[in-house]
Design a protein around this ligand. Structure first.
Ligand SMILES: *[C@@H]1O[C@H](CO)[C@@H](O)[C@H](O)[C@H]1NC(C)=O
Ligand SMILES: *[C@@H]1O[C@H](CO)[C@@H](O)[C@H](O)[C@H]1NC(C)=O
Ligand SMILES: [Zn+2]
Ligand SMILES: [Zn+2]
Length: 491
């Protein structure tokens, strides 16, 4: 990072750490080191949450003072409810968990937006106050590390691409951001962090500017030109890059087969533009990290010739609130990486069993799984992820798919009972087809194959059927789509 010295060396402890660190670097100039960083996202702190609130009304205190929990099927829990966004007790427990599980020995924290709950009727100033509460909490939790935040679509002023909106937020985040970062943040909510002694560069995007809020604008707040220029420069300087944002490209994997709209968050033209850039710079992009969907999933980007060239990890939300796509338990993620090259080595997903926490009146965050172990992977790479998702499609992969599906809701769903053939196939298509057209073709191909197999479907459960049919579907998909994107298989 390029810390501003007065911040970095603001205390004796930091001075000591700083000297020790520099000494370390002198002794081993470019030694690869294993490091860690946290990724926290979609906290959705709701200041109006109350245990005496109505779970049918976001657990908010109602106007009726006598109301309270009367008429509720159950009271709202101290640490939250699957109908509601996060109470402060949940937010605080998440910060404590990060501190206690892995507090000191971390390089930085990624915080990818939606800090505050969407509150109709709450003024922007009040929303900013809430964002300040969260900033304050994270600063105290990580007093000697840097947190790199991006704006979420529910944060105050995500779409204000000029003027005061960005500046207000930047003022809170100033202690974490170098001067050049503040300059571009003020312009459009995006910035880059260059690490002086290491190759890895963080590129923090404002992907809210890829959604409908920007209308027909060609290059909202100049972000695209800036991004391409930044990537070019990184390539010239032989750096590696993380792309980090709130809303991801591609589609929501949790909508069930063919329901329209397809939960596309980027405008189609921006979705394509993003994918083109990732393909073009896939040799330097060593990680992409997003939130917004509240689920635990991943995406694979393929080259024009069908080679898996890049991956995206989607980290699940802290907020347990049910979205139209489903609910989840609160999650937090710790990445393990090579601090010099940025190569991601593994991650550990942590979670809170919300019902248990409320029952026991204590929030015990636990490891949920460890990525490479969970899926039996040799390494974190687009190629390994490609093999994983292809294995979902064959019978032997059924166990892996059920592991994936359980993790997808952060163990809110314990098995694949609720996920029939078309649900499973939607996950497959969303993971492997980020282009909207290709995603639709992927779904349609499956639908017609399933329909013509309808007779068999009467005798065997859907989930089994899809597994049996997958190889056939693949052959079909390949032969139908081959001309448009040159085949998906890479072996
Ligand atoms: C949030 O900040 C306000 C003032 O800025 C403070 O009064 C309040 O106690 C804070 N809330 C929490 C939960 O820290
Ligand atoms: C995952 O587990 C392995 C083995 O237990 C461990 O060495 C590794 O550090 C873990 N990864 C993370 C990110 O914690
Ligand atoms: Zn969100
Ligand atoms: Zn969002």
């Amino acid at each position: 990072m390029t810390p501003r010295r007065q911040d970095f060396f603001s205390s004796r402890k930091m001075l000591f750490l700083g000297l020790a660190f520099h000494l370390f670097l002198l002794l081993s100039p470019s030694a690869a080191r294993i490091g860690y960083f946290w990724h926290i996202t979609d906290i959705h702190y709701d200041v109006h949450y109350s245990v005496s609130g109505d779970i049918r009304k976001s657990c908010r205190r109602t106007e009726n003072k006598l109301g309270g929990a009367v008429g509720n099927s159950r009271p709202a829990g101290r640490f939250g409810d699957h109908n509601c966004d996060s109470p402060w007790d949940l937010v605080e427990s998440a910060a404590k968990a990060m501190k206690s599980k892995h507090g000191d020995n971390i390089e930085f924290v990624l915080w990818t937006g939606d800090g505050v709950a969407h509150s109709p009727g709450v003024s922007g100033d009040h929303q900013l106050e809430r964002l300040k509460n969260l900033t304050h909490l994270l600063r105290h939790t990580f007093s000697s590390q840097f947190v790199f935040p991006v704006l979420g679509h529910d944060d105050p002023n995500p779409g204000l691409h000029f003027g005061q909106g960005y500046r207000d937020v930047a003022n809170y985040w100033r202690p974490w951001l170098p001067t050049e970062a503040i300059q571009t943040f003020n312009k459009g909510g995006y910035y880059t962090i260059e690490r002086k002694l290491q190759k890895l560069r963080l590129v923090m995007l404002n992907t809210n500017l890829c959604s409908d809020i920007v209308g027909n604008e060609e290059d909202p707040a100049g972000q695209w030109a800036w991004l391409e220029e930044t990537l070019q420069k990184s390539q010239r300087n032989r750096e590696t890059v993380y792309l980090v944002g709130h809303m991801p490209p591609g589609v929501d994997e949790r909508q069930n087969g063919g329901i329209s709209p397809y939960h596309e968050v980027f405008q189609a033209r921006f979705n394509q533009r993003y994918l083109r850039l990732v393909r073009k710079y896939s040799d330097i992009i060593v990680g992409q990290f997003f939130g917004h969907l509240h689920s635990d999933s991943f995406r694979i980007v393929y080259s024009d010739t069908g080679r898996p060239v890049s991956w995206i990890f989607l980290t699940p939300a802290v907020s347990p609130k049910k979205t139209p796509s489903g609910a989840n338990n609160p999650g937090l993620r710790l990445y393990k990486f090579d601090t010099d090259s940025g190569q991601v080595l593994d991650y550990r997903q942590y979670y809170l069993d919300l019902d248990a926490a409320n029952r026991q009146n204590v929030a015990e965050w636990q490891p949920e799984y460890n990525f490479t172990d969970h899926y039996g992977l040799n390494e974190v790479s687009a190629h390994e992820l490609h093999n994983l998702v292809e294995s979902f499609a064959v019978q032997e992969g059924a166990t892996l798919f059920s592991r994936y599906y359980r993790a997808n809701s952060v163990r809110f769903h314990h098995n694949t009972e609720g996920c029939d053939a078309s649900c499973a196939h939607t996950h497959y298509c969303a993971i492997t087809r980020l282009d909207y057209q290709e995603f639709r073709s992927c779904l349609e191909t499956a639908a017609s194959a399933l329909a013509s197999a309808g007779v068999i479907a009467l005798c065997i459960p859907w989930s089994l059927l899809v597994l049996l049919l997958m190889p056939l579907l693949h052959a079909l998909v390949q032969s139908v789509l081959m001309p448009s994107f040159g085949g998906l298989h890479y072996s």
